[in-house]
Design a protein around this ligand. Structure first.
Ligand SMILES: N[C@@H](CCC(=O)N[C@@H](CS)C(=O)NCC(=O)O)C(=O)O
Length: 213
């Protein structure tokens, strides 16, 4: 049995739930509440000393960093593949994944928003404006990349779902949760919506999670 340390609203945890679900793997969940700061308690730091979710324990091995874990899962459990076999296509999928994972998500992480609220007093809307700004900038780059490359189909790369789609759907879900206007990115949003509608994805969505209350 493998164990996923997860929080329902965490988009990086959602990536992992999607990946595990698509691979058809079984796992048990340990819920780590970010509002209750359980990710900074020693019990979780003993698992991931960085104090961030998700973490996965598989076959006794502790894994952290969602992109690294997704690639691990793909190597350990090859079907269905999350990365294409062509090396240039693999680099393209990693490029799209890293736009989300390295250039969008870290700017809008919980600790960043909390820091802004604490350090910019008298500006109640700062965190929402910050979030919307970086979502707009990030998705504009993502959409431009898709359109310039012209390699998308049902998903980011043709009609086979890849790691890029696994990263994209949770990020679009979070943007909507923060009431961001995503209408300027129709290709990106349409792909994310197709991913979110898959039964294997639907069953691990934030609104299905036991820790959502
Ligand atoms: N690059 C890491 C990011 C992990 C991360 O930042 N997770 C967020 C939840 S989506 C978190 O634990 N945030 C806690 C905080 O910001 O205090 C990954 O992809 O796994």
């Amino acid at each position: 049995m493998r164990t996923l340390y997860t929080f329902f609203r965490s988009s990086t945890s959602y990536r992992l739930r999607i990946a595990l679900s698509l691979k058809g793997l079984d796992w048990e969940q340990r819920y780590i509440s970010l509002p209750k700061m359980e990710h900074r308690e020693q019990a979780f730091l003993d698992v991931n000393p960085q104090g961030l979710v998700p973490a996965l324990v598989d076959d006794g091995h502790v894994l952290a960093q969602s992109l690294a874990i997704i690639e691990y899962l793909d190597e350990a459990y090859p079907e269905p593949p999350f990365l294409p076999t062509d090396i240039f296509e693999r680099a393209y999928v990693r490029r799209l994944s890293q736009i989300i994972g390295c250039d969008i998500h870290p700017l809008n992480n919980v600790r960043v928003l909390k820091w802004l609220k604490a350090n910019v007093p008298g500006d109640a809307g700062i965190a929402d404006r910050w979030y919307a700004h970086w979502i707009g900038e990030g998705f504009a780059g993502f959409e431009a990349c898709l359109l310039q490359e012209g390699r998308h189909g049902t998903y980011c790369l043709g009609d086979a779902l890849t790691m890029a789609d696994i990263c994209l759907a949770p990020q679009v879900a979070n943007a909507r949760r923060f009431n961001c206007d995503v209408s300027a990115f129709p290709v990106t949003v349409a792909i994310a919506d197709r991913v979110a509608e898959l039964p294997a994805v639907r069953r691990v969505a934030p609104d299905t999670q036991a820790d959502r209350f």
